[in-house]
Design a binder for this molecule. Sequence first.
Ligand code: KE4
Length: 427
Amino acid sequence: MKITKSKTLYKQALQLMPGGVNSPVRAFKAVGGSPLFIKSAKGSKIYDVDGNEFIDYVLSWGPMILGHAHPIVIKAIEKAAENGTSYGAPTQLEIELAKLIIKFFPNIEKVRLVNSGTEATMSAIRLARGFTKRDKIVKFEGCYHGHFDALLVKAGSGAATFGIPDSAGVPQSFAQDTITLPFNNIDLFKKTLQKEAQSIACVIVEPVVGNMGCILPSSEFLHVLREETLKFDIVLIFDEVMTGFRVSKGGAQEFFKIKPDLTCLGKVIGGGLPVGAYGGKREIMSLVAPEGPVYQAGTLSGNPLAVTAGIETLKILSKKGIYEKLESKMRYLEEGFKEISLKSGKKTRFYRIGTMFCSYFTDTEVYDYETAKKANTQLYAKFFLGMLNKGVYLAPSQFEAGFISTAHSEKDLSKTIDRAYEVLKKL
Ligand code: KE4
């Protein structure tokens, strides 16, 4: 595969931007080789600057659930842009997007739009601390909630990929109020709350962990989080930035029937433009400025262009049959991949829920950070590069989830399965 133009651009980018990228995981550090520079995308495909075509399972890390450049979304953005891109003043569009979000997530009584998942989670943490007047937070090892200081402690995603459980530049004073526990470990969670509850403001969790690959909660884990936090008036925050609209149309909280106090969203709700959101119980949200004393603001929050892309995306997702179609595509890929990996004799574990998935190169069950880290990342890197050379663009790290879209055709999926078999046989 010719990638000369990407290589030339990467050399230039390295002079101008840290690591030549604007987000670490894009640098291919975990899989080797130099990152492809993408020129365009349409439907299930992305095209690099050297003219190579790939079936895309990264989908901008989740947002492009309708595939790239969906005609209805693009048309709406073009039209909205003619009215200007940001006013720094309220618009009717924000009411429309807020209504759509609340329709999908009825546990959200009031919502605040922001510009990224990170802004959503860091604001939700501040709000929980303001509401409870307590300082400590509980998170789970390997879960990634964006790059907010207090949450970059044993984080997942890029941090897990680089094996940097904590980030440089985070003062000890910021990390000391963050308690990290193993995901799915009910005993340790209960014991910690027994001991520390009075000083804990919130528990934040990726209800399905998409930043250590794809790790499912045990049947009772999320219920225990809910029961125990209710006991001690601790705010339960579901970080559904990735799982929202992916695990099901109402996210993990709909799938597992859990009512968190606050929910963080991102990715899909911007339809590929920058939108994040946090919301939940009216009683808690009423503390957010200017209604209450918890300050949070944003120049471009709720800007008409990004909100338009979000509205159009959620309107299409509201249509009957969309999620049934996504489910059958995902099942096709799951069954196909499991069959060929068995046939290839390679030890893999494939996990998926809704339209997010991950295949670990390991022969033990993966249920938390420790077991995820046992996966053979070198083998994953070889698999990734093998698939890339066959025109399939997977997440450039074992510790990321893959995604499908409504634009992935059966032909795309069967090609992917066939090519995966060819690559696995050679590993
Ligand atoms: P952003 O600030 O990147 O919009 O969202 C942060 C975030 C919060 N919560 C969860 C569960 C997330 O998955 C994310 C961001 N996800 C990563 C992919 N693992 C974004 C990709 C990247 O960092 O480049």
